[in-house]
Design a binder for this molecule. Structure first.
Ligand code: ADP
Length: 484
């Protein structure tokens, strides 16, 4: 409805403007007829053509220009100028001038209209993609310019002249170093500047922006950086939400596998506790002798301490695995993560009558990551390996676990002599909810993959049906200096 109204309004205003222009043209014609001058009316027509090019739409402008040419010609005929050679030459000159001016004005009008259209497209695209343009010159005046969308991203009034100080005011205090680095890089005239940092709005909201800029060298030797700034807050928030849900899912599956391992875990705690009781009793006997053997009693006490420590380590490990805590990235000794995981799995492995061979081949190698999550991956691979060997009766049940360092990566290999996996399902193994077990959830390997990828690594599997399966993951090594 409003569009129809607007069209009607445009039509009425165009028609009025056309009438006004023709009226002015007629006036020029009358003046020309009365005063009988040769060039001045042409100048008036040219002025009228120029004015209408600026004010009217192309059809109205063309009508006005055609009317001017018609008036000029009509005037020439009425004055019987064709009888005089000089007048004919003058008329032709005026006609050529007016026509040329009309064509030039038409061309410039068309290009300015196409520029306006492009600007409208550009502004629409900027708004939709939340991307603004930005330009800055880092000299003593520190000139900044930006598009309306950039002003909206920084939440400043669109008509406010941007300055470096205004942008700095919006920068998150923890990201001021990034902001300063942009100025330094621009002062060094670096070819490509690309940064991502946070902004703090007046009401305390945090925004994430991604900025790229390249230099444009102008004639006065000044370097202007031009580029784009994109509001990536929604993407960052979505990534964070996904990260949290993945961490929650990992926690749920961890607790589920802990439930499955309850009997084995109870055994892992019971074993040192039983040893504590036995050593306590023998300590009592060594002391109660008519002649107490203090050396033996001391040894029994050492065993009590050792086993108590082991029980408390197992409990600490279980607590860490079942606690829902934020993901932490710390420098960890790779082999320690593996041996800690095995601490919980000894009984599970022996209850499946599997023989464990362990090669700790990455002594001192460190990785940066979440200890609990990496343990979860290792435990999951060991549980799967034990379950795959449960139905193997014709050969030894072998579980080979080895660590190594290869190409700057810490590598863990878990190989079993279980049933193996058919080649056609190998590719789907890491898909969520893929399971071949009647009570399986099918999330274990999917979570293992997301954890390993979160640690910047990769996980893969090779298998031969009837021989066994080998899962391998590799994550980047870290050095102590990476921690700073
Ligand atoms: P779930 O254990 O709940 O089935 P996983 O994602 O841990 O979920 O495993 C998916 C599937 O991959 C298993 O159902 C099994 O078919 C297969 N699988 C995993 N590890 C092994 C293995 N070591 N040997 C044979 N098959 C395996």
């Amino acid at each position: 409805m409003s569009i129809i109204k607007r069209c009607k309004q445009l039509f009425i205003s165009d028609a009025m403007a056309l009438l006004a222009a023709i009226a002015v043209g007629s006036m020029i014609f009358i003046i020309n007829s009365i005063l009988d001058v040769e060039v001045a009316p042409t100048l008036l027509y040219i002025t009228l053509v120029f004015m209408s090019a600026n004010i009217f739409s192309i059809p109205v402008f063309l009508t006005v220009a055609a009317s001017c040419i018609a008036f000029l010609t009509f005037n020439f005929i009425v004055d019987a100028g064709y009888r005089d050679e000089k007048l004919i030459a003058g008329f032709v000159r005026c006609l050529i001038a007016l026509t040329t001016i009309t064509l030039l004005a038409l061309r410039s009008k068309k290009s300015s209209e196409s520029l306006r259209r492009k600007e409208a497209f550009f502004m629409g695209a900027q708004k939709l993609s939340r991307t603004g343009s930005i330009g800055f010159i880092i000299d003593k005046d520190e000139t900044v310019s930006w598009s309306a969308e950039s002003a909206r991203i920084f939440e400043y009034p669109v008509d406010l002249t941007p300055t470096v100080a205004l942008i700095k005011d919006r920068t998150h205090p923890d990201d001021l170093a990034i902001f300063d680095s942009v100025l330094e890089r621009a002062a060094r005239q670096e070819w490509h500047i690309e940064v991502e940092h946070r902004l703090v709005m007046a009401d305390g909201r945090i925004k994430h922006v991604h900025m790229i800029a390249n230099p444009l060298f102008n004639h006065h030797g000044r370097v202007e950086y031009v580029g784009a700034v994109k509001d990536v807050t929604a993407a960052r928030q979505a990534e964070e939400a996904l990260f949290h849900s993945q961490a929650k899912l990992a926690h749920v599956t961890r607790v589920t596998s802990m439930g499955e391992l309850a009997a084995s875990i109870a055994h892992e705690i019971n074993q040192p506790l039983a040893a504590v009781i036995t050593s306590g009793e023998s300590c009592k006997r060594w002391i109660n002798r008519p002649e107490p053997d203090l050396e033996e009693a001391r040894r029994s006490l050492d065993r009590i301490i050792q086993n108590s420590c082991r029980a408390s380590e197992v409990i600490a490990c279980i607590r860490a695995l079942s606690r829902q805590s934020d993901v932490q990235r710390k420098t960890e000794v790779f082999d320690d993560i593996v041996s800690d995981s095995l601490n919980l799995m000894q009984h599970e492995i022996s209850s499946h009558q599997a023989r464990l061979s362990l090669v700790a081949g990455a002594p001192g190698a460190c990785v940066k990551g979440d200890r609990v999550q990496l343990q979860q991956v290792i435990i999951n691979l060991i549980i799967n390996a034990c379950q795959a060997m449960a139905n193997v009766h014709d050969r030894a049940r072998l579980l080979r676990i080895s660590t190594s360092v290869q190409d700057n990566e810490a590598v863990l290999e878990v190989a079993d002599s279980g049933t193996g996996i058919a080649q056609d399902i190998l590719a789907t193994l890491f898909d969520p909810f893929f399971t071949t077990k009647h009570n399986g959830l099918g999330m274990g390997l999917a979570i293992c993959r997301s954890i390993i990828e979160f640690h910047g690594g990769r996980i893969w599997v090779t298998s031969t049906v009837g021989v066994g399966t080998r899962f391998v993951f590799a994550i980047p090594l870290t050095t102590a200096s990476d921690d700073q």
